[in-house]
Design a protein around this ligand. Structure first.
Ligand code: HAM
Length: 422
């Protein structure tokens, strides 16, 4: 460790990361509690995977030609010489866990959710961070297009329940291994025709995986990509029928959506359905959530032939849109005077806390007046007064700081008055 004192810069949070402080964290907790409740009603259970995985997991699934794998992964060699990556997304971890624990053999519904941090070394800006948080859900073993629509409907209900407005749901089919090669070839040809107008990255993508040109953040490339062929004309009968089924069920659910033929998503594993919910008023960082079907991932891992579908929602982007107002914290502040009263104050705090009431005890040993001042400054809802007389009588004074009302009574009676709602 350096003997020099750390500079403020060294003590600042790492670029692209952020603290979620009290005051803000209550909104996060309220949103998380609300979505966890909703996921439970759709049959999802939590699956917690590690933050680190073997780098190969993401190379194999997220895809070697994606920006995420090529440019954005936090990868390091551990002390045992293994290449380890801080997960940039959650889907591959869930698929790995299923194969590893053979959860497909349990016979229980394979519906999982998770909320936690992800890491991508991208250029930080509003709505784009290097450590961000995702709400992720995944379903396995369900082939029917009805499930695709159910997931999109759940995403829609989640946003409605949180009071989010001003978004649009985009859906598309990205085809499968049978029909995508012809589409890729058509894209390659189209990109070849405008090669000079594309960035170096896209010229490379043209050879390796032309679909990835659609993810380019360079405006000129995005403009060119607008007139490239669309996947819709290349879908095989199975993919076409599946997509028609998804739309039929979405209509049945009454979910508003728009078919966006240029929506291909930035990750390699998608097959058939791809969807996003985007903000109508934002620029490039407009995707609030995104997902799709990935029917080949498990097979590609050497696991069972089990299909998958899911979505992830960026919590930072969601929180920016919600209108959740957590109720203010109401706590008791215990003030006291004298040694016996201090001991009693600690005992009372324990009784109140066990009774479910948030309680803080003053420890600075000041006079009553300054203790009351501190209670008011901290925003206490009530002050419990414990003086020598109160200790002797076994009755204490509870002051409601908003109304000024004072009640005297035994600890149990004061506690039950606080436990009453309202
Ligand atoms: P994704 O589109 O890469 O998909 O990310 C999903 C969401 O995470 C985005 O819509 C956005 O809200 C948020 N997000 C992504 N990157 C950042 C960032 N740098 N800063 C802030 N928020 C960000 C996936 O990750 C797939 N695993 C989704 C999925 C689940 N597909 C199937 N199952």
């Amino acid at each position: 460790m350096s003997s020099e004192r750390s500079s403020v810069k060294e003590l600042a949070a790492v670029k692209g990361t952020h603290d979620i402080l009290p005051g803000e964290v209550e909104v996060w907790q309220a949103v998380e509690a609300s979505v966890v409740g909703m996921f439970g009603r759709y049959g999802y259970r939590e699956l917690r995977a590690p933050v680190i995985e073997h780098t190969e997991l993401f190379e194999k699934s997220t895809g070697e030609t994606t920006d995420v794998v090529q440019k954005e992964m936090y990868t390091f060699i551990d002390k045992g010489g293994r290449s380890i990556t801080l997960r940039p997304e959650y889907t591959p971890s869930v698929a790995r866990a299923i194969v590893e624990h053979r959860l497909d053999l349990l016979g229980t519904p394979m519906r999982y959710f998770y909320i936690g941090p992800m890491f991508r070394y991208d250029k930080p800006q509003k709505g784009r961070y290097r450590q961000f948080h995702q709400i992720d859900i995944e379903v396995f073993g369900e082939k029917d297009p009805a499930i695709d629509a159910e997931i999109i409907e759940m995403a829609d209900s989640m946003l409605v329940s949180l009071g989010v407005t001003g978004t649009e749901t985009l859906v598309n089919s990205v085809g499968c291994r049978a029909c995508r090669p012809a589409f890729s070839q058509a894209l390659r040809e189209a990109a070849g025709g405008v090669k000079d107008g594309l960035c170096g990255d896209c010229r490379r993508k043209m050879e390796t995986n032309p679909l990835r040109i659609f993810d380019c953040k360079v405006e000129a490339c995005r403009e060119q990509a607008k007139v490239f062929p669309q996947i819709t004309g290349f879908l095989c009968p199975e993919c076409r029928d599946h997509f028609a089924g998804v739309r039929r069920y979405l209509d049945l659910y009454g979910v508003a959506y728009r078919v966006e033929p240029n929506l291909v998503r930035g990750l390699d594993y998608y097959t058939k359905t791809a969807f996003e919910v985007v903000r109508l008023d934002a620029g490039q960082q407009n995707a609030v959530l995104g997902g799709g079907r990935y029917d080949d991932m498990m097979k590609d891992f050497g696991g069972p032939d089990v299909c998958g579908i899911g979505f992830a929602c960026g919590l930072e982007r969601l929180i920016a849109l919600v209108s959740v107002k957590p109720s203010p914290r109401r706590f008791v502040y215990v003030v006291h005077s004298g040694e016996a009263a201090r001991a009693k104050a600690v005992e009372l705090a324990r009784i109140f806390r066990r009774g479910g009431v948030e309680t803080l005890v003053e420890f600075a040993g000041r006079g009553f007046k300054s203790q009351f001042g501190r209670a008011a400054k901290l925003g206490a809802a009530w002050v419990l007064v414990v003086g020598e007389d109160e200790v002797a009588k076994g009755e204490f004074l509870l002051k409601d700081m908003a109304t000024g009302t004072q009640t005297s009574g035994k600890a149990e009676d004061l506690l039950s008055s606080l436990q009453r709602p309202g």
